[in-house]
Design a protein around this ligand. Structure first.
Ligand SMILES: [Zn+2]
Length: 115
């Protein structure tokens, strides 16, 4: 028996990609959409795995809203690298299955770890 909880949030930020030839090489902004999937095996007596409100709070605190991502991260801030970073942050509190970061309506990167 298992469940997957999903919580979404967005953040607005600027970035540019080093070593990249094309549109994303120059500074520009995105409203990034983030979805976190958390594994649940047991429910509490209320029937809840983890409190959505709590997960949303932890996720919101991890999001670099209105930042220049190249200044706050030591890595090239691609959607792939942001997803891996947020996975690590959320993993400190929850059994995270995956983190997906959308850079636009139709482009996303999902990070998960093999176990
Ligand atoms: Zn971009």
């Amino acid at each position: 028996m298992s469940w997957t909880l999903k919580v979404r949030d967005t953040f607005s930020a600027a970035h540019y990609l080093k070593e990249y030839k094309g549109k994303c090489e120059k500074i520009h902004g995105h409203t990034f959409r983030v979805e976190v999937a958390i594994a649940v095996r047991d429910l509490d007596p209320t029937g809840i795995g983890f409190d959505f409100t709590e997960i949303k709070k932890v996720l919101a605190e991890a999001l670099p809203d209105h930042a220049l991502l190249n200044e706050v991260f030591p890595f090239n801030p691609s959607a792939e690298n942001i997803a891996r970073h947020l996975f690590g942050e959320l993993k400190k509190k929850y059994p995270v299955e995956s983190v997906t970061v959308w850079e636009s309506e139709d482009a996303s990167a999902t990070y998960a770890e093999d176990d």
